[in-house]
Ligand binder design. Sequence first.
Ligand code: FCB
Length: 441
Amino acid sequence: MQFRRSDFPEGFLFGAATAAYQIEGHKFGGAGSTHWDTFAATPGNVIRAEDGALACDHYHRFGEDLDLLQEAGMDAYRFSTSWARVMPDGKTPNPKGLDFYDMLTDAILERGLKPFQTLYHWELPSALADQGGWTNRDTVHRFGEFVDVITNKIGDRMDSIATVNEPWCVAFLSHFLGHHAPGLRDIRATARAMHHINLAHGEAMTRLRDKGMKNCGIVLNFDHATPLDDTQESAAAANLQDAISNRWFVEAITKGTYPTEVLAGFAPHMPDGWQDDMEQISQPIDFLGVNYYTRHRITSDPDAPWPGVRDVPGDLPLTQMDWEIYPQGLYDFLTRLSREYVGDLPLYVTENGMAWDDKVENGAVFDPERTKFVSDHILAAKRAIADGANVKGFFYWSLLDNYEWAFGYEKRFGMIHVDFDTLKRTPKASYYALKAAIARE
Ligand code: FCB
């Protein structure tokens, strides 16, 4: 890697991220059915109809996984607490689920790692999906109850708590594009989910503040919308795409408003009285988490209904996801967010990483592409800091190869290879490269 720990301000955190359903093994410990279980069981949604029933079996192997984080010299661990494990039917607490997170928290702390919790990384209990999931305002209140229950158990030991992971994926990717559970393609469901997920953030913030929690915020995903060409049409389309995927959330949370160009499409479908929720949505946060992976080149699609945008494959090198590698996009977002939205508020890169078709050969995984990817993105964050962005940490996505949602177990994002037959963990060369770069001199 082309950087050292000493290139970063004192206290800058290096870590890795995971999410509950993607690694734990959902069939263990009395967890309830989630909308991902039923989405995966429906033909055509997920590669080979794979689900998170076993995943990496982190439920039983978390000690080994946390040891690997510690041995890499990481400072922090970003993980999520599954709603359906804690409340299998969406309302009744499961003591085994709570005990698991209690144990996990202590195991994180015992290894000198800072726990960065995410409350919602997509395990909506099926019982709540039955009631309309995020299209139903009541789900917001049920989420608030979950926040109370899990925070009463482990909140005293968290370094940082994020309410929701990637609301754009929860709402737009899942209700408009249909790629993630619940797999809807409906503008009305989308408009409602786009608002209710922001309100769920606000509700969680209210509950966390009532309990005196510190370092609370949200994790948003940012996708660079680059105009395809110099035409006015492409500029307008890229602006609309940016408003839908990026500004809808950050503007609501930091300013209490929605971009007018998005309301132009959603207004007829918004839940009544949404304006009255904006104050709760925009209450102060302590940090903003930034997930960044790629860019899309955007132009208009005049024959399509609103939003009438389409993306055109670009010419940059691609990852196993076919995502273009564009570190400049991370710099652009970090500096833009600090300039236009959050000022001096701490920013964390809460996810950044790449999938590659990694293979174990002679007991090792050689992944120079990932080493370069991570190095280039961390250097982009470093430049952003030099240009005034208050970036406080970087979390690699992901610690382990895991269940990559609709792509099943096919896409490998980990710094640690997982053999999904034997569950053996093999740290990749990029793991050792990061370990060397962040070693204290
Ligand atoms: C993000 C998700 C994470 C993982 C990565 C690749 O959108 O937060 O769970 O799927 O992408």
